[in-house]
Ligand binder design. Structure first.
Ligand SMILES: [Zn+2]
Ligand SMILES: [Zn+2]
Length: 561
């Protein structure tokens, strides 16, 4: 991938007493968050998450941050701080630990429990855990860390203040300022104010909703909407939401109890995460409400609630299989209600609407973000961000966690409150904080790293381009046999095509022109197989493009006989 900042070169040596910030993911996209802080030759990593691929990345399971910039300095890493348990913050941690297993992990109880389940799947068992909570202060090498409670769409999220000889950094992690959250744990603005009094030299803030005016609606506002869906339904209810959204699940459980319904989870990650959340006390399961999914089917439909994964239209998820009628034990009936209690992540629109249409076709009443308030965001809107800037009064601001437009909008808010120095960076752009001033000093390598099945980093951008062409345009193979002594085509071309309902006979009209073109090239002295293949590629490529309006992948083969 070409770097978006060709004008930047490698950063100079970090001046003594300076702090370097190296974002390796999450700045320029929503996902794969990872930021490296460097002080006095030592490194601290904050978050290490994944990005989920979209239609543009066929066959790719996950996209990781690029560890290349720190790969030969893994021994210098003091710790990895995980701000909360979302995949875009913890999901790539096992891949970094595969390269050095004993890096200490620092995070809240729930965050580390969710991560631990993941590490077990990767058979990683040597990693030391440091469980922290709001108010805790703990040092790793030159990094003195203090944790602050923040409210987000998963419990137990933390902001982190990082003190070094270069000053104080405050990283919000993902946060919003719901004033009446279900667990009563609000973003600790008193701590933000106290840190602001002490002096925040660099403030890294969540940009996701910086373009959204006002304040994010309270999570509690969803309850009446769920209430209504439950009271109107005479049959089974299926609610899909994120497998980590403990408070959303709590609201569904409580509503189910009120309406004398029983609940089962479907989807592996939902079952696993909710067991962890219940065991640690973050989810309060009313007695008698839960049953196994298979037992639920024995109850009358008006007593059934399923809580499922798949709210983003993921093709293999429980909800997608229900919509396609391929789920092994959940069979949707006409009149069932399906609630998609989640956001619509950009890039997933087609997949989500495909699922909604599938459910509607089967006769379900589908309630989603587009027709009811069944989701509120986990991120601070512009109004909340303004409050934060006014309370913290930072010297420098670096917007993080967002696409470019989000980060620019966030920086703009900071400036409106009087912040003088807003620094904009994307993945790989290096920012130094020296003598209290932050500025861009260079860039490091920072591409997309693709996970495809068992392979990490083997799939390249150019291979993905090939996959996209294959997927969208199909392919055509052309085999020509050349008599190198006579300098003539002696057999072929044999043409085979896949995709677009082509029959091999469709290519009859181009066979003679290919023979002519190759013979002409041979006459002109081309004997190199590669050159002859290029001649074939050009001849058939132009013809397919003109007659069929397609640009398939063309695989010419020249055999010498
Ligand atoms: Zn998050
Ligand atoms: Zn996030």
């Amino acid at each position: 991938m070409s770097h978006p900042h060709p004008e930047l070169s490698a950063p100079p040596k970090l001046p003594k007493g300076g702090l370097r910030v190296i974002p390796l993911g999450g700045l320029g996209e929503v996902g794969r968050n990872m930021t490296v802080f460097e002080y006095d030759g030592r490194l601290l990593v904050v978050d290490c998450g994944v990005l989920f691929p979209d239609d543009h990345h066929p066959g790719v399971d996950l996209i990781l941050p690029d560890f290349a910039a720190i790969r030969d300095r893994l021994d210098a890493i003091e710790a990895i701080v995980l701000t909360h348990g979302h995949e875009d913050h913890i999901g790539a941690t096992p891949y970094l630990l595969r390269e050095r297993q004993d890096i200490p992990l620092v995070g809240s109880q729930l965050t580390l429990a969710l991560l631990n389940a993941k590490l077990r799947e990767h058979r990683l068992r040597q990693t030391p855990f440091h469980t922290v909570k709001e108010g805790d202060r703990i040092s790793f090498g030159p990094f003195d860390l203090e944790f602050v409670a923040v409210n987000h769409s998963i419990p137990d999220a933390l902001a982190v203040a990082i003190r070094t000889g270069a000053g104080m950094v405050l990283h919000t992690g993902d946060f919003k300022m719901d004033q009446l959250p279900l667990d009563g744990r609000i973003t600790d603005l008193r701590a933000f104010a106290r840190l602001g009094e002490e002096g925040v030299d660099l403030f890294l803030t969540d940009s996701t909703n910086a373009e959204v005016p006002g304040f994010t609606t309270a999570e509690k506002r969803i309850t009446p909407v769920l209430e209504q869906a439950f009271s109107e339904s005479k049959q089974r209810i299926i609610v899909a939401c994120f497998a980590s959204h403990v408070h959303r699940v709590q609201q569904i459980l409580d509503t189910a109890v009120k309406h004398n319904r029983k609940v089962a989870y479907v989807g592996r990650s939902m079952v696993r995460n909710m067991a962890i959340a219940r065991d640690l006390g973050y989810l309060h399961v009313p007695p008698g409400v839960m049953v196994e999914a298979k037992e639920l089917a024995d109850l009358a439909p008006e007593r059934q609630v399923l809580i499922s994964t798949g709210s983003q239209g993921e093709p293999l998820s429980a909800l997608a299989r229900i919509a396609q009628r391929t789920h092994n034990f959940v069979h949707l009936q006409e009149g069932d209600t399906v609630v998609l209690a989640s956001s619509l992540i950009p890039g997933n629109e087609n997949a989500v609407y495909r699922v909604i249409n599938g459910l509607a076709r089967l006769g379900a009443h589908v309630v989603h973000k587009g027709n009811a308030l069944v989701h509120v965001s986990g991120h601070a809107s512009a109004g909340e961000l303004l409050y934060c800037y006014n309370i913290v009064k930072p010297r420098n601001v670096l917007p993080v966690h967002g696409e470019v437009r989000h980060m620019l909008a966030n920086g703009d808010l900071a400036k409106q409150t009087g912040v003088e120095n807003v620094v904009y960076a994307e993945d790989g752009v290096v920012v130094d904080l020296v003598d209290g001033v932050a500025k861009v000093v260079g860039k490091v390598e920072c591409g997309y790293v693709f996970v495809d099945g068992q392979s990490v980093g083997d799939v390249t951008e150019s291979e993905l381009k090939d996959r996209r062409i294959l997927g969208e345009e199909g392919f055509v193979s052309v085999i020509v046999v050349v008599d190198s002594v006579a300098g003539k085509v002696s057999a072929g071309p044999e043409i085979h095509a896949r995709g677009h309902a082509w029959a091999d006979s469709d290519f009859e009209p181009i066979k003679q022109p290919i023979v002519d073109a190759v013979n002409r090239a041979l006459d002109e002295g081309s004997t190199d197989t590669y050159q002859l293949q290029q001649v074939i590629r050009r001849t058939i490529g132009r013809w397919v493009s003109n007659t069929h309006k397609r640009r398939p992948m063309i695989i010419p083969v020249v055999v010498e006989a």
